[in-house]
Design a binder for this molecule. Structure first.
Ligand SMILES: [Ca+2]
Length: 243
């Protein structure tokens, strides 16, 4: 019995000591200067609308192939810890599949893996666009969290050997990371993914081994220097992210 009481007593003493220590810590916190308060920041989530507008045309980039279209506009919003494609780098299998065939499965899997690793927030999927059917692809009410403010988007110009338009990690936050950008306008030109050697819209498939770095086709036949598409990324609203 005595032993048990001793143990209980010592346990209570520990609790008292811990409580005093905690109280002291709280006191020191409340005594800290005002600078400490500015460290506490509230994270936000922004809602954006994206409009992709076609400018691919016969006069600037012709003669156009039959059934000219853009493959589904797909992408991801992510942190600076990951890059999905970049000029001068070798295309991943996911990017090769999009650029050559407009097939998004492997890229989607890369995004799913990145989400699991905490470097991306979501896979973004817009529709395809046949020039015979209209002029724009709209992706509306896209919610972007502050921790994943970089936007990557890709679409194949089709038919083509391995050509695409893309943006790589466009930051939707201002340079000092204090606020969301209200409007981002971007002109898009065509890039060669470096995975197929074809040099015309309807060239037969011809894989390049090893693959070449992703490179610009601006000013290279059949393209002149005029944009083939544009993106308008427009802020709709900002909400506070719950803790
Ligand atoms: Ca290939």
């Amino acid at each position: 019995m005595l032993r048990l009481e001793t143990i209980t007593y010592s346990f209570e003493m520990k609790n008292i000591i811990l409580s005093l220590l905690l109280f002291g810590t709280l006191l020191s916190c409340s005594n800290s200067d005002d600078n400490a308060k500015t460290i506490i920041t509230v994270k936000t989530i922004a809602t954006y609308n994206i409009t992709f507008t076609n400018f691919w045309n016969e006069a600037d980039h012709g003669p156009l192939p039959s059934s000219p279209h853009w493959s589904p506009l797909v992408g991801v919003n992510h942190s600076s810890e990951i890059t999905f494609l970049e000029t001068g780098s070798i295309a991943s299998q996911g990017i090769e599949d999009i650029a050559e065939n407009g097939v998004n499965t492997n890229f989607n899997n890369d995004v799913i893996e990145s989400i699991a690793n905490g470097t991306s927030e979501q896979y973004i999927e817009g529709s395809s666009l046949f020039l015979s059917n209209g002029n724009t692809i709209e992706i509306n009410d896209l919610k972007i969290s502050q921790d994943y403010p970089l936007l990557t988007l890709i679409s194949m110009i089709a038919p083509s050997p391995d050509w695409m338009v893309f943006i790589n990690g466009v930051n939707l936050r201002n340079e000092n990371n204090e606020e969301w950008k209200t409007l981002v306008n971007l002109d898009l030109s065509v890039y060669d993914s470096g995975t197929d050697s074809g040099s015309s819209y309807s060239a037969a498939n011809s894989d390049i081994k090893p693959h070449l770095p992703i490179s610009s086709l601006q000013g290279i036949v059949p393209f002149n220097n005029e944009k083939v598409a544009s993106l308008a990324i427009t802020l709709q609203s900002i909400a506070t992210l719950d803790n």
